[in-house]
Design a protein around this ligand. Structure first.
Ligand code: MN
Length: 251
């Protein structure tokens, strides 16, 4: 199984978390928050087949770091994975909203120009705006909405757009999140931790904690945990299929 959204470089000991994920056979999509973090973060994937690195520029940093877009373009050629990118409509991020729009638009344009990319997208309090932007880039086939928390009508729009969804333990812990997950197509869901930012009972989540989502998902779907795992693993293969050739070439 694969953790599709993890900030591996921000753990206290990234190599230890990477090694343990590798040992347990848990895949990690290691997202970056700034292009300048790429070199250090990509090193964590060296010699560890379970780890893949995504190039990102987090919307909360768009104001301070938009000058790194040229670096983003440089590293984009090295990976089929992009993230963390997107928009954040929280009041504290509204002050640099124009920068966010500029950065996300640049990212989507760059991603639609070349080979297929898997894109892990943040949309907190900005689901409508993220979907508006995605609608302008129909060439993008594999957007993955990370920790989606929009309305049900926005969820309907995202499903219509063909979005994937990565869901984590915290989403499944609350009624609103569970309700949204119940409304997502079963064949469009993969798992994530968003570690180390996310804690459950004061413990930082590690990539292998994604398995704790299987129980709640199985319950929502009315199937066994075994069947939920089978479905999620089939989803992971389908999601990665468009970038399979890039994976073989790069790693
Ligand atoms: Mn994140």
């Amino acid at each position: 199984m694969i953790d599709f959204h993890c900030h591996l470089d921000l753990y206290q000991s990234p190599p230890a978390v990477a090694d343990e994920s590798q040992r347990r056979g848990i895949g990690v999509l290691s997202v970056t928050t700034t292009p300048s973090a790429w070199n250090g973060t990509a090193k964590l994937a060296a010699g560890r087949s379970a780890v893949r690195t995504a190039i990102g520029l987090h919307p909360q940093l768009a104001g301070q770091r938009k000058h790194e877009l040229a670096l983003f373009d440089t590293y984009l050629a090295k990976t089929p994975f992009v993230g963390e990118v997107g928009l954040d409509g929280s009041p504290e991020c509204r002050t640099f909203w124009e920068d966010q729009l500029e950065v996300f638009d640049h990212v989507l344009q760059a991603c639609s120009a070349g080979d297929e990319k898997v894109i892990s997208i943040h949309s907190r309090r900005a689901a409508k705006d993220v979907l508006n932007q995605l609608d302008q880039y129909s060439q993008i086939k594999t957007p993955v909405l990370h920790w989606f928390s929009g309305s049900h009508s926005q969820l309907g729009r995202a499903i219509g757009r063909g979005c994937w969804f990565s869901v984590g333990p915290t989403m499944l812990a609350g009624a609103k999140g569970r309700d949204l997950v119940a409304g997502m197509p079963k064949d469009k869901i993969v798992l994530e931790t968003d570690g180390p930012f996310v804690r459950v009972r004061s413990q930082v989540l590690n990539p292998w904690d994604i398995v704790t989502v299987l129980g709640p998902i199985a319950e929502l779907w009315g199937v066994s945990e075994h069947e939920a795992k089978r479905q999620i693993e089939a989803n992971e293969r389908a999601l990665l299929a468009p970038v399979a050739s890039a994976l073989k070439a790069d790693y």
